[in-house]
Write a protein that binds this ligand. Structure first.
Ligand code: ADP
Ligand code: MG
Ligand code: ZN
Length: 482
């Protein structure tokens, strides 16, 4: 089969974390609210009402543009993008056209083991549209309703240059993008809830020297769907070309259930939207000193942090990647290290037990009851062999749910701990004395007898000893008794 060059450009919308909408005082917390309860004349587009810019939205968009290393334009202009759709009561969307917030940026991330750079074409702000509802909420059968609660919620749109060349790269780019907007507090980046949406432009070409005709794929609501949709679409376009056909420039919808893209409409051009500057909104001058102020609020970003973790704590690229993807996890890890500077040990606990518990409970670390102090206390006790790894895991589980210090939990659960190896040694000796037959068996070469003895000690300590330590203590006793 002939080789094809795959080209992908992504357009991602993120809902900005403002308390109120972009041009009015209505709240943005629409999830779970009754339809059309977060609306006013401005976001409903009632003639005569006037929009007032929410400066926080602009600030968050500038912050996003800065994180993506864009040049910030000295003046931003709001344009009306005109089109008709039932969820757009004004008949236009306030967006940006030739004067967006930022242009010519880039982002770097790891993909398939190497660092990749994708250029960012533009970052702009715009308002969201409402939502059509086709079922539920007491709707009569075969009818649709419209909910305007989402109208006017501020979004930032991040558009890449066509620098992505596989579905894997697209997924890794999205993971980095989400991580970044969450780090900077611009968006919660939740794709399932619609606060992060991705439109994927994709083309295939027989030659790397020229781009093929692009198709825009919409309607994916998870990273996995983006990945699957791109895969499907690439194969479809290759097939069209191999059969001697031509790819048509169009918008296609991803059908999650069928696992395929279906033609939705021909591609509209910018002219179709009759963009013009919104006469109700003045252009906004962006002062360099304001940009500087915003830049100062940027935290260390995920990629820098990952690279620092690799050098400073000697972690592998993948360990550092997992630890730095979520800012709260990375902060938690470093808080632990401030109390106990053993990165390798803390990293192992974080990547296995801590993440496992968070996954099982399906919560963020901030929602859990565990603190860096209590995790460190636990790790130290295991490190000093005061409690066994197994017991520690039980205690940890408890920490996630009800919180508390290690010793409190142990008291609550009736766990006593082995204070010293001396104590364990005494118990090991006792086990040996009580089980002469097993000792004889072991000494005559029956390995199994040793396991029995280990089991006895574990029983006597009610599982609170570390089996490896028990084994070595028993071996020591048995060889000295010879
Ligand atoms: P339009 O004017 O049609 O919206 P843009 O130039 O704004 O096109 O690009 C929209 C998105 O499509 C960008 O993310 C861009 O990188 C991507 N893109 C442009 N050309 C191609 C192509 N031939 N194949 C894949 N993606 C492309
Ligand atoms: Mg476009
Ligand atoms: Zn409103």
């Amino acid at each position: 089969m002939a080789d094809f060059y795959v080209t992908i450009g992504l357009e991602v919308h993120c809902q900005l974390l403002t308390r109120t909408k972009m041009f009015c005082q209505c709240g943005t917390d629409y999830i779970g609210k009754a339809p059309n309860t977060l609306v006013c004349p401005v976001c409903m587009g009632i003639p005569g009402s006037l929009p007032v810019l929410n400066e926080k939205a602009l600030e968050l968009a500038i912050k996003t543009a800065l994180a993506f290393r864009c040049e910030i334009l000295p003046q931003v202009v709001f344009h009306r993008k005109n089109y008709f759709y039932p969820d757009l009561p004004k008949g236009y969307q306030i967006s940006q056209y030739n004067f967006p917030v930022g242009v010519n940026g880039f982002v770097e991330f790891f993909t398939q083991g190497t660092k990749k750079r994708v250029r960012i074409k533009r970052v702009h702000v715009e308002e969201d549209a409402g939502k059509l509802i086709h079922e539920g909420l007491g709707l009569p059968p075969n009818s649709s309703g419209v909910d305007f609660n989402r109208c006017g919620i501020p979004l930032v749109e991040i558009v890449t240059e066509p620098d992505i060349h596989s579905p894997e790269e697209a997924r890794d780019y999205l993971v980095m993008l989400r991580s970044m907007v969450r780090y900077i507090g611009a968006s919660d980046g939740n794709m399932e809830e619609g606060s992060l949406r991705c439109d994927a432009n994709v083309s295939v070409s027989p030659s790397p020297l020229e781009l093929g005709t692009k198709v825009e794929v919409k309607n994916m609501n998870s990273f996995r769907s983006v990945f699957r949709a791109l895969h499907y679409e690439i194969e479809r376009q290759k097939r069209v070309l191999l059969e001697g056909g031509m790819v048509i420039q169009e918008t296609r919808h991803w059908d999650e259930r069928e696992g395929m893209t279906v033609s939705a409409r021909g591609k509209e051009e910018a002219e179709d939207y009759r963009y013009f500057p919104d006469p109700d909104l003045l252009p906004v001058a962006i002062k360099p000193e304001d940009v500087e102020e915003i830049e100062k609020t940027l935290p260390e970003l995920p990629l820098e942090r990952r690279e620092r973790f690799m050098t400073e704590y000697e972690l592998t690229e993948s360990e550092a990647g997992i630890l730095t993807q979520e800012k709260d996890i990375a902060d938690f890890f470093e808080a632990c290290l401030r109390e106990f500077r053993k990165p390798r040990l803390v990293c192992n606990w974080m990547l296995t037990e801590v993440l496992k518990n968070l996954n099982e409970l399906n919560i963020d670390i901030m929602q859990s009851k565990i603190t860096p102090g209590s995790l460190v206390e636990l790790i130290k006790m295991v490190d000093k062999k005061e409690i066994s790894g197994t017991i520690a895991k039980d205690i940890l589980e408890e920490m996630f749910v009800s919180g508390g210090k290690v010793k409190e939990i142990m008291a609550r659960k009736g766990i006593s701990f082995i204070t010293s190896e001396k104590e364990l040694e005494r118990i090991a000796r006792e086990a040996i004395e009580k089980n002469p037959q097993s000792v004889a068996d072991y000494l005559s070469g029956k390995e199994k007898a040793l396991h029995f003895l280990i089991g006895q000690v574990m029983k006597m300590t009610r599982g609170q000893a570390d089996p490896e330590t028990v084994k070595s203590l028993l071996l020591k006793e048995l060889s000295s008794g010879e």
